[in-house]
Design a protein around this ligand. Structure first.
Ligand code: 13P
Length: 210
């Protein structure tokens, strides 16, 4: 996909997430890898009102080279994209239910959402590590995020929200939506005897759908 196409797609997908309540105010940020750098949502911008021409452009060394100033979460996105060479995009949201789980789960937990549905397993995978709390934009989170992202497509920042990677921008957005729905289901079913997918069913899903 060309850079102009990616700029347009990023703004369309972000607006769709905003319109459906996956982000509010100026929360959330998105990055997508280019051949020679990264496109990123500008800091303090609303996902609902992005301008393709003003997206932040970073070079291959993550230096700001164009557009508005990048998200303060540049270290978060850099940690995930460096840890996962196969990932093409990262979506960070403060979506309500995944953030609620990020407030309930203990840092260090690896699977705070049970495998209830196939699409959660297919899009998010086996691991959803919970990273200790850091102030938003704190560069100190980078090593912890990098280490966790090597083993997991998605993670939760304690008391803050989900971070989801994908092979493509669309994959990352789809996985972020699936994670939010899985968190909602998990909270809805908390304390009830819900049936989880068995290890064999999970293995089958991952073997079939990757
Ligand atoms: P930015 O506005 O800098 O992208 O930060 C928003 C956010 O979601 C912080 O976690």
């Amino acid at each position: 996909m060309s850079e102009p196409e990616l700029r347009t797609l990023l703004c369309e997908l972000a607006a769709s997430l905003f319109a459906r309540g996956y982000s509010v105010g100026s929360a959330g940020n998105i990055s997508v890898r280019l051949e020679d750098g990264v496109l990123m949502t500008p800091t303090n911008s609303s996902l609902g009102r992005l301008d393709p021409a003003r997206l932040s452009r970073l070079d291959a060394e993550w230096r700001h080279v164009g557009g508005d100033a990048p998200s303060k979460e540049v270290f978060l996105h850099r940690a995930v994209l460096r840890a996962r060479p196969e990932a093409g995009a990262v979506v960070h949201l403060h979506s309500t239910h995944a953030t609620a789980v990020a407030c309930l789960a203990q840092p260090g937990e690896d699977a705070p959402i049970p495998p209830l549905t196939p699409y959660f397993v297919m899009r998010v995978g086996r691991h959803l590590p919970v990273i200790p709390y850091y102030r938003p934009g704190d560069a100190a989170m980078e090593p912890a995020v990098h280490a966790a992202a090597r083993e997991a497509r998605a993670l939760l920042l304690a008391n803050h929200g989900p971070v989801v990677s994908g092979k493509t921008l669309l994959d990352a957005v789809n996985a972020a939506e699936e994670l939010e729905e899985a968190a909602r289901l998990a909270l809805m079913l908390r304390g009830l005897p819900a049936r989880e997918l068995t290890p064999a069913q999970r293995d089958d899903l991952l073997a079939t759908f990757g």
